[in-house]
Design a binder for this molecule. Structure first.
Ligand code: TXA
Ligand code: MG
Length: 309
């Protein structure tokens, strides 16, 4: 256990904010049992108070204390995927107060696998409320440097943990209403969940910010372009564009980032790429649409939201 982690746990106990690495993206953590700490978290995030936040734990046993009912499906998914990039929405116990659930009768629970997150959660001993460590609606951070650039002095400590391995936020499965509903696609695919429990698509009216249309968005206007139309868009040459694509750079374009052709590699690189494109200072970002195949669902979801006007 490093002295940084011990200091981080002390800051959490004192009601402060600690940004920490997880395998998905960096989180902005606060003591989930402290109304004051969570209020500060929401203020720094600039997040509306009625949006629930995910609560993080070192183990499934401690996570399930925050649930009133634990369906068999939750136990099976937890056994298979925790610690790891999966969030389960369950009916809340009395430990999950309105100020973390946005007043909803359910709570989002997650057990991250990143070793630094594990150390912090063990040392702190309690539940840590942690949304992604960026301002509301913007691109999530996948390095400690991203967090510092976004939040600056508003966060008491940023724990270093390298580049996030997964690169996009956890898969969210809602088990609070009987069946399993996929609320947010992620690295754990629908097919992997369906191997254990039947899954239906989101139809609930539950508020979750991943469900907002525009999210994970760069400041520069971005557009999703099918592969066959990319050349035509570039040829128009009306505005300065930055391009995110699978193919080799086109000499007519000043700023071009080439992305991996596998969905895991793409996801890992995605948010850093959006930040680079944003800082290129172009008038518009063109993003080559990824394949329609199911293994691209999570990347496609983030790109569609990043490209909403
Ligand atoms: O990978 C992740 O999940 C990252 C890392 C830091 O763990 N966290 C993250 O948190 O993405 P956040 O707050 O940026 O996104 C959490 C999503 C939001 O869309 C939130 O509204 C939803 O989870 N959520 C949390 N509790 C919920 C609940 N009770 N019902 C429905 N959605 C919920
Ligand atoms: Mg977020």
């Amino acid at each position: 256990m490093s002295s940084e982690v011990r200091r981080a746990a002390q800051i959490l106990r004192a009601g402060g904010l600690v940004a920490f690495p997880t395998e998905t993206v960096y989180g902005l953590g606060a003591d989930a049992s402290s109304e004051k700490a969570v209020a500060r978290l929401y203020a720094v995030k600039r997040r509306p108070a009625d949006h629930p936040v995910i609560v993080h734990f070192a183990s499934a046993e401690s996570a399930f204390d925050w649930a009133a009912e634990i369906p068999e499906a939750a136990r099976e998914l937890a056994k298979k995927f925790w610690p790891g990039p999966l969030t389960l929405i369950l009916k809340r116990s009395a430990l999950a107060k309105d100020f973390v659930t946005g007043g909803q009768p359910s709570v989002g629970l997650r057990v991250p696998s990143h070793p630094v997150a594990q150390q912090l959660l063990k040392e702190f001993g309690g539940a840590v409320a942690a949304p992604s460590a960026n301002r509301f609606g913007q691109v999530s951070p996948t390095t400690a440097a991203h967090v510092r650039a976004d939040l600056g002095k508003d966060v008491d400590l940023v724990l270093e943990g390298g580049q996030s391995e997964v690169g996009i936020e956890s898969t969210i499965v809602d088990l609070s209403g009987g069946g399993a509903v996929l609320l947010r696609p992620g690295a754990i695919t629908r097919a992997q969940i369906e191997a254990l429990v039947p899954v239906s698509d989101e139809n609930s009216s539950v508020r979750h910010s991943g469900g907002l249309e525009r999210h994970y968005a760069p400041r520069t206007p971005a557009r999703l372009i099918p592969t066959h139309a990319l050349d035509r868009e570039i040829a128009k040459g009306k505005t300065s564009v930055a391009v995110l694509a699978f193919s080799r750079p086109d000499e007519r374009v000043d700023f071009w980032l080439r992305m991996p052709r596998d969905p895991q590699g793409y996801a890992q690189r995605l948010y850093a790429a959006l930040r680079e494109l944003d800082s290129a200072g172009c008038e518009c970002i063109l993003v080559e649409a990824p394949p329609e195949a199911p293994e691209w669902a999570a990347v496609r979801d983030r790109l569609v939201r990043a490209c909403k006007a």
